[in-house]
Design a protein around this ligand. Structure first.
Ligand SMILES: Cc1cc2nc3c(=O)[nH]c(=O)nc-3n(C[C@H](O)[C@H](O)[C@H](O)COP(=O)(O)OP(=O)(O)OC[C@H]3O[C@@H](n4cnc5c(N)ncnc54)[C@H](O)[C@@H]3O)c2cc1C
Length: 294
């Protein structure tokens, strides 16, 4: 049985938006297809009439410095992100996250746009970009708009994107300057299940021996990819040491909402992992930030 009736292959954003708007039945954008095709095949996604493939659109395949930030197109395959020098220099957490998603075959086709639009609370690329302060560029027939990544998520598997109108163009993330760095870590079952038991990312700025700025994200720790703002505030102005880590661990356990999921882990196990991941990620990023001189 065919999973769709029409397959459109637009070569620019305008053609893609027209294909979305003009399609007569249920329509979906497809990039790598590593989430969508499985969901369609296994009946987790309602049938679609038209698929709009966005992988041939040049604008969505670019990685460059744009307007003083790094721009990564929504359709860049993850393996290209992992090996890109610009990304490796400025966005360590994203390199670490993308390098762990699936295996080589998945990373050859899967994209950041798909990772974000699928809107799962523990999507690895999404969690890394949340800590990296990403904004998403979205195109529609009304024009392009920039939205803070965090504002795109409404619930598990639910994003604020309108599938009939909105196309993710790409993501903007700040360049890394002296004293700044990021890190991503996760705990994962060795095989079989696509998402981690728990993941965590941190970005921070270290100046004069204390944390001047910090962003911390983790998943699954609530219905949407979670930014741990209360934990961030406890760490602001502190050195990363046993005392500050211990204080941060208490606040994180209080603000994050861990749940039990049958295929992965219990809430209690996730709490234990959160304590360990927080210490690991903070120590890694603190040490790295000290090495970044310019
Ligand atoms: C074996 C396996 C292992 C995996 N392991 C992991 C893992 O470890 N960690 C993890 O986070 N994920 C994992 N995944 C999930 C998946 O690979 C990622 O979420 C991937 O990044 C999805 O990208 P895609 O291009 O394949 O998306 P697609 O499947 O093409 O699309 C997914 C959703 O995004 C929408 N979409 C895609 N591009 C756009 C766009 N430009 N604008 C608007 N909407 C868009 C689609 O309409 C669809 O709703 C795994 C999947 C498999 C099959």
């Amino acid at each position: 049985m065919s999973l769709y009736k029409n397959y459109c292959l637009p070569y620019n954003i305008k053609e893609a938006l027209e294909a979305l708007t003009n399609a007569t039945g249920p329509t979906r954008i497809i990039a790598g297809g590593t989430d969508l095709l499985l969901d369609l095949k296994q009946g987790r996604h309602p049938p679609v009439h038209t698929l709009v493939d966005v992988t041939q659109i040049h604008e969505l395949s670019v990685m460059e410095i744009r307007e003083g930030r790094i721009f990564i197109g929504a359709s860049v395959p993850l393996n290209r992100i992992v090996s890109n020098d610009l990304v490796r220099t400025h966005l360590a957490a994203l390199v670490e996250a993308c390098g762990l998603i699936g295996g080589p075959q998945v990373r050859n086709t899967a994209t950041l746009g798909g990772n974000v639009a699928h809107a799962l609370p523990a999507a690895d690329g999404t969690i890394a970009m949340l800590a990296l302060g990403a904004d998403a560029e979205i195109a529609s027939m009304d024009g392009n708009r920039l939205v803070a990544l965090e504002d795109l998520f409404l619930g598990p598997g639910k994003s604020a994107l309108d599938p009939k109108k909105d196309l993710l163009v790409g993501f903007f993330m700040p360049l890394q300057f002296a004293g700044q760095s990021s890190a991503f870590k996760r705990v994962m079952r060795p095989q079989g299940v696509a998402l981690p038991i728990l993941n965590m990312a941190a970005w921070l700025e270290r100046q004069d021996g204390i944390i001047r700025k910090i962003r911390l994200s983790l998943g699954p720790a609530g219905p949407t990819p979670f930014r741990a703002r209360k934990t961030e505030s406890v760490l602001m102005g502190k050195e990363v040491n046993d005392t500050s880590i211990s204080a941060a661990q208490q606040v994180l356990l209080d603000e994050a909402k861990f749940r039990t999921s049958p295929a992965r882990a219990t809430a209690d196990y996730r709490k234990k992992l959160a304590i360990i991941l927080l210490e690991d990620v903070l120590k890694a990023v603190w040490k790295r930030a000290d090495r970044i001189k310019s």
